[in-house]
Design a protein around this ligand. Structure first.
Ligand code: PLP
Ligand code: COI
Length: 340
């Protein structure tokens, strides 16, 4: 298939309409078979559950062109599982894992011309989402829903690509109450909009959120989990009940142990100990691994030894191994790569 005429290498992380999207309707207690459509617009009742009570959940994954020209997606089964968990917590009827995986395959296949070529630095971002669509005025779940998947070709999430970024310790809490961090829902993100706009105005790329109860432990950023490397080369990531269980982070812990022979540990990380780490990165589908050069805690600077010009050595190995697995140049663990 001929790829679209797009300047792939200069894409930023933004929305661009592709030819097809997937839609399935939930009505009378069941999901229909779903289909592709070329219409990118949605017409909703003014009182739709999503508009009044933000009854909506979403996911994010990517499609890649491998070095030998195949189109693949990375661990979509884990996105399916997390979407189901998110849906259940918001009283949204979950779609089955089978329907999710079938829908991802269909919509990526239909948009294959938009999957950026190998080596371009861009990928096709795939955004599944479910929302309450019928009118509800009392506080209760909707009876009708839409499960949709849109695709958009994207470049790096942070401007500057893999150059280290600066973040600040944030005074606001992300709306991810204890025990519900696994919910990837619109409302959690809406509550992070004010802090992210403020952070950008002050010259920071992201916010470091702390645990809401004690404000002493590191949680995550607005759109990615943290990953640290100790001075003796151990990978450490925060363990918390109120952060999103990042598929990228879980994959990187396995890559660290099984591909790089490193020790990797998930545990609570106090803000106080961050100054002792050698490297820091943000990991996620959109962020991949974005190195952090500096964290500013109310005027007090924590500068990582890896500096502001390059990724630290362990972060770089993790990045190269993960992206190698995703692009097919390094053998993947069983089941990680799904061909379209
Ligand atoms: N944390 C938040 C708040 C996110 O939005 C994301 C992105 O989905 C992540 C972490 C990373 O998760 P994943 O690696 O599954 O994309
Ligand atoms: C992702 O990495 O998929 C995210 O959802 C992060 C951000 C775009 C919200």
């Amino acid at each position: 298939m001929a790829k679209k005429d797009i300047d792939w290498s200069n894409l930023s992380f933004g929305y661009q309409k592709t030819d097809y999207r997937y839609v399935s309707y939930f009505k009378d207690g069941k999901w229909d078979d779903g289909a592709l459509t070329t219409d990118e617009n949605i017409v909703l009742n003014e009182c739709a559950g999503v508009l009044q009570y933000a009854q909506t959940v979403f996911e994010g994954l990517k499609a890649y062109t491998t070095s030998d020209g195949r189109t693949v997606v990375f661990r979509p089964d884990l996105n399916a599982e997390r979407l189901i968990q998110s849906a259940e917590r918001l009283m949204i009827p979950p779609v089955s894992k089978e329907q999710f995986l079938d829908a991802v395959k269909k919509v990526v296949k239909a948009n294959e011309d938009f999957v950026p070529p190998y080596g371009s630095g861009a990928t096709l971002y795939v955004r599944p989402y479910i929302f309450g669509s019928n009118a509800v005025i009392g506080v209760k779940p909707a009876d009708e829903y839409q499960f949709r998947i849109l695709c958009t070709p994207v470049g790096p999430y942070f401007k500057g690509g893999v150059k280290p970024i600066t973040i600040r310790v944030c005074d606001y809490d992300r709306a991810a109450p204890h025990g519900t961090g696994h919910i990837k829902a619109g409302l959690n993100y809406a509550m992070s909009l004010y802090p992210i706009v403020e952070a950008h105005k002050e010259g920071y790329d992201e916010n470091m959120y702390l645990d809401a109860a004690t404000r002493t432990y590191v949680e995550e950023t607005g759109g990615a989990n943290f990953l640290f490397v100790t001075k003796d080369g151990k990978v450490v990531t925060p363990k918390s009940n109120s952060i999103l269980p990042s598929i990228t982070r879980r994959s990187l812990v396995q890559v660290a142990r099984e591909y790089l022979g490193l020790e990797a540990e998930e545990r609570p990380i106090a803000l106080e100990e961050v100054k002792d780490f050698a490297e820091c990165g943000l990991c996620g589908t959109a962020a991949v691994i974005s190195p952090v050069g500096k964290i500013v805690d109310h005027g007090k600077e924590i500068c990582f030894p890896s500096g502001m010009s390059e990724m630290g050595p362990v972060t770089k190995k993790l990045y190269e191994t993960l992206t190698g697995i995703q692009m097919g140049t390094i053998k993947a663990p069983e089941g990680w790569i799904v061909e379209i």
